[in-house]
Design a protein around this ligand. Structure first.
Ligand code: F6R
Length: 616
């Protein structure tokens, strides 16, 4: 969703801001704009559509030199993606320019107030009210922009990151944050603000996490942070542990292809340092008190989309290893149904971005009920880990393609480590059992590598089936969330009807969807693991095959029993049942990516989607 960049320093702000916006493109947006201060004037350029449109405008109507600037990529909420609605928004006297991420919930009432005061609004956005309110407040605050920002923020409801420029203060960028993401990049003689570190990692890897309800004031040489009441606050510094090249395509045509290929390394990184020499789990960084973990009586996972699928996979493992009940709930539903959580619950929030508003709100609701909270997250310094009692980072590196791939695999790994840790601490697992599973996890990078070596067949199939109108995915046990994930990838990327079902549920209704030639991708459980699951899925395959389905089986090497029942077989290495999602998901990612490519879609930035969903 919206991307924000701010710069103040010695260099040309426009170049830095536009390059930062380019780095944030992956978040998803439909218009873009920039503002700089030059000769006591604010200059704004903004344009609907992709950054290229803005760059075209900047080419025909260039901005003057300036060392202070802000920029924005907008994902439309209030008002369509038009030039007028694009940010920055300016006050009537063009003294203040503002960019905003989030939703100002009381904007209608503020708009009425402004209209009564004779202010003329030129856009349909909620953001514009902030520009006018600030411009009216600055003189009342004796020209003190940070104080005016604090006063305005105290009046705003909802979620917002606001960044403002004042034409009379050329070396100043002021920002405020409530519920929406914002990080500070600390430079030498220059400072940065952005929705995420990708925007400034080319310039500095030193960053500051901002807390809730804080105002940050940047000059080239200083960073000052206060709360909304004006009390000084300390920010938490952190160093970005990846460099700019990690956020580039590195020779691949697509970020998604690169991220699929990075999965063996991502899985290895997620495991690194978490297993002691004597084969015990060490998760010291989580700061979860062992006594607390011994006392909990249930685990609740809250997450959205792919992260929720990772939670569903983990449920099978954690329940099996710990005998604790595990509920997995879509975060957007969680807090609106009065869930039963309390001090005896461990609530695990899984999120790649750490900024998903639905997940954040579910986490806060759980905390308010007294639950213990743990974040499984990929983005260091983001809101969800900061607000959780403990965090386990997935260390997958930046995930730029909108469709999640390596985050999914590493979320499963992290959740499994939590499950094993619970088993270890609560004494529900024998040491040799933990050691065996750790050995299996340790094998996974090389097994995922093997899958990547054999994707050509899947690509061919994707191209052949690109004209299908619908694809169904079936799985059982841990294969069921994999089916959901395969279908989600196809919907996101190929814009095609796709659904994942528990294979046994099909006959209770969805089998009516089967008609001649419908591709059905089946995640076949290992015949070595729980043979009964294999047998049952063969029956389910026969049910759909009898009705004309085209069967594509994702089956392990050596599973010959599946041969008579499948039209195509995609082989994955034989692994223990609970490890199967780590290998069987990969061909489905490749399938969706290739099909979208065959259909000519923008794979890295599919239509209507945002990487980081910061509104509820
Ligand atoms: C799917 C996808 C989304 C995200 C979901 C949660 O490919 O990317 O479904 O998984 O929006 O995002 P995070 O993990 O950032 O909370």
């Amino acid at each position: 969703m919206c991307g924000i960049v701010g710069y103040v320093g010695q260099k040309q702000a426009l170049e830095i801001v536009v390059a930062g916006l380019r780095r944030l493109e992956y978040r998803g947006y439909d218009s873009a704009g920039v503002a700089v201060i030059s000769d006591g004037q604010l200059e704004v350029r903004k344009k609907a559509g992709k950054l290229a449109n803005l760059e075209g405008l900047l080419g025909s109507d260039p901005l003057p030199d300036s060392t202070t600037g802000i920029g924005h990529t907008r994902w439309a909420t209030h008002g369509g993606p038009t030039d007028d609605n694009a940010h920055p928004h300016v006050s009537e006297d063009v003294s203040i320019a503002v960019v905003h991420n989030g939703i100002i919930e009381n904007f209608a009432e503020l708009k009425d107030e402004l209209a009564t005061a004779g202010v003329h609004l030129t856009s349909e956005t909620d953001t514009e009210v902030a520009a006018h309110l600030l411009a009216r407040e600055v003189p009342l605050a004796d020209g003190d922009l940070p104080e005016a920002m604090r006063r305005v923020c105290r009046r705003l409801e909802g979620a917002f990151t606001l960044v403002a420029l004042d034409r009379t203060q050329p070396d100043l960028v002021v920002a405020a944050r409530r519920n929406s993401p914002l990080v500070v990049g600390v430079g030498e003689g220059e400072n940065f603000l952005a929705s995420d570190v990708a925007a400034f990692v080319d310039h500095t890897r030193e960053a500051l996490e901002l807390g809730q309800d804080q105002v940050v004031v940047l000059t080239p040489d200083s960073i000052t942070i206060t709360d909304f009441a004006g009390e000084p606050v300390e920010a938490t510094p952190f160093t970005v542990d990846w460099d700019a090249s990690a956020a580039e395509k590195g020779g691949y045509d697509l970020f998604m292809l690169k991220e699929i290929a990075e999965q063996p390394k991502a899985v290895a990184d997620a495991l690194r340092g978490r297993i002691s020499k004597d084969h015990r789990i060490q998760l010291d960084e989580t700061s979860l008190d062992e006594a607390v973990l011994r006392d909990i009586s249930k685990v609740v996972v809250v997450a959205c989309g792919t992260a929720a699928h990772a939670g569903l996979v983990a449920k099978y493992a954690i329940e099996h290893w710990t005998r604790l009940p595990v509920e997995v709930e879509l975060a957007s539903e969680f807090r609106y149904r009065d869930p039963i959580v309390g001090p005896d619950s461990l609530v695990i929030a899984i999120s790649q971005s750490g900024e998903t508003m639905d997940t954040l709100m579910a986490l806060r609701h759980a905390k308010a009920q007294g639950a213990r909270t743990l974040a499984i997250c990929n983005t260091v310094g983001s809101t969800i880990p900061r607000e959780s009692d403990a965090v386990l980072y997935t260390y997958a590196g930046p995930e730029i393609a909108v469709a999640s791939t390596k985050a999914f695999l590493t979320q499963i790994i992290a959740a499994y480590l939590v499950g094993l840790y619970l088993g270890q601490v609560r004494g529900t697992m024998f040491e040799d059992e933990i050691r065996r599973i750790l050995g299996e996890l340790d094998d996974m990078p090389s097994k995922v590598d093997l899958v990547l070596d054999t994707t050509e067949h899947v690509r061919e199939l994707a191209r052949e089936l690109a004209d299908s109108t619908s694809v169904l995915f079936l799985g059982r046990h841990v294969g069921y969330p994999v089916a959901l994930e395969g279908a989600l990838k196809l919907k996101e990327l190929a814009y095609m009807h796709a659904e994942g079902f528990p294979a046994g549920e099909l006959k209770h209704g969805p089998i009516a969807l089967i008609e001649d030639g419908v591709p059905v991708i089946v995640i076949v459980p290992s015949p070595q693991g729980r043979a009964v699951l294999h047998d049952k899925i063969v029956s389910n395959i026969q049910e759909v095959r009898a009705r004309g389905a085209l069967i594509i089986a994702i089956a392990e090497e050596g599973d010959e029993a599946i041969v008579p029942y499948a039209d195509h077989i995609v082989r994955v290495p034989a692994v223990p049942t609970l490890m199967q999602p780590l290998v069987s998901t990969v061909p489905l990612q490749v399938f969706a990516c290739e099909m979208a490519t065959a259909k000519g879609h923008d794979v890295d930035q599919p239509r209507n989607l945002a990487k980081s969903v910061t509104v509820e």
